[in-house]
Write a protein that binds this ligand. Structure first.
Ligand SMILES: [Zn+2]
Length: 346
């Protein structure tokens, strides 16, 4: 016992012990990384087998299954297919490229492309699985989380979407508009609320100016009576397109409770009277026209995104280009009914 203590006090013995510990830790770390890599490869292998598809495009096979084909060329081909909307081919190529893919970043990019292709093809559940697989190894990947948000919106899983927003917020991402939007969606689709309860809760949310159009659009479709009760000129001027598409008979039943609403109803042809100026260029221009000119023009609408400036003729609460929620702004234009006449945009 005494000899052992003397040996333990020997500096050389301490050094050997220290080096031994370092060696054991390094060995264990190496074995663990080998195990983790093997585990990831097995997981990706079973993942790709699970979603294997056989496309009608057999022309791809010689290229896809030829070991001489560079992976970069296949990836470029997949991206080209994605741009042209051939999502089945994108899925086939990315699944093949994922097999045996050991590079973590390349696997992340492939899983992202696969998830986007599934999403575009309307296969939301599969897109979710691909993103969850990506997030297993890259937990702080905002692009993947944002796509997952879109999937949960489509699947009406609003609580899951709000959890994603919490994660994005922790990563310093801007989510204020998305949070407001999901508050609206969760209320509008709450299964346990009656229509009256939903209407009351939705009207309470109108303090957020960006929610005015979704709220009144929803109420107009589901509870028109309460819509007319709460519709004033200021709100109505933001809903010109929605009101313009309603039948004239329905508009004639709306009480013009203020000068702006009266002017708007005049411009939409529901009331045939003199109107006061509203400050809205399109409405005031229409009301200033003589009846014969008024009969020759249409009010047309486009929607431009405040985030990416893209323009679309269809209304959407989410920009179809950058996918930002509540970023679409209504723009009105005046167009001649006769397409051969000049076109004036305002
Ligand atoms: Zn946009």
């Amino acid at each position: 016992m005494e000899g052992l203590i003397i040996e333990y006090q020997d500096p050389l013995f301490g050094l050997i012990l220290f080096v031994g510990f370092i060696f054991i830790i390094a060995l264990l770390t190496y074995l663990w990384s080998l195990y983790a890599t093997k585990e990831q490869s097995n997981h990706i292998e079973s993942f790709t087998q699970r979603f294997y598809i056989n496309t009608e495009n057999q022309g791809l096979d010689p290229l896809l299954f030829n070991p001489q084909t560079p992976k970069e060329s296949l990836l470029l081909l997949a991206q080209t297919y994605f741009t042209s909307g051939a999502y089945e081919e994108v899925i086939k190529i990315t699944l093949e490229l994922l097999k045996g893919q050991k590079e973590s970043l390349e696997r992340r990019d492939l899983l992202m492309l696969l998830a986007r292709a599934y999403f575009k093809a309307g296969l939301y559940k599969r897109s979710e699985i691909a993103l969850v697989e990506l997030l297993r190894y890259h937990t702080r990947e905002p692009a993947a989380l944002k796509y997952l948000l879109l999937i949960y919106e489509r699947l009406q899983r609003y609580d899951d979407a709000i959890d994603i927003l919490d994660s994005l917020e922790e990563m310093q991402e801007e989510v204020a508009l998305e949070r407001i939007y999901f508050k609206f969606l969760k209320t509008a689709h709450a299964p346990k609320l009656t229509l009256e309860e939903k209407s009351t809760k939705l009207l309470a949310l109108r303090q957020h100016p960006t929610l005015l159009r979704p709220i009144f659009g929803y109420l107009l479709r589901h509870n028109p009576a309460i819509t007319w009760e709460h519709l004033d000129g200021e709100v109505a001027l933001q809903l010109i397109d929605v009101l313009y598409r309603l039948p004239k008979e329905q508009l004639r039943q709306v009480a013009p409770k203020d000068a702006k609403l009266h002017a708007l109803l005049c411009a939409l042809g529901a009331i045939d009277e003199e109107a006061q100026p509203t400050g809205n260029f399109t409405i005031d221009t229409v009301n200033a026209l003589t009846p014969s000119y008024k009969a020759r023009i249409n009010i047309a609408f486009i929607y431009s995104c405040d985030n990416c400036s893209s323009v679309t003729p269809l209304e959407n609460h989410r920009c179809p280009s950058c996918m930002q929620a509540l970023s679409m702004r209504l723009r009105t234009t005046l167009a001649p009914k006769d397409k051969h006449e000049a076109y004036y945009a305002f």
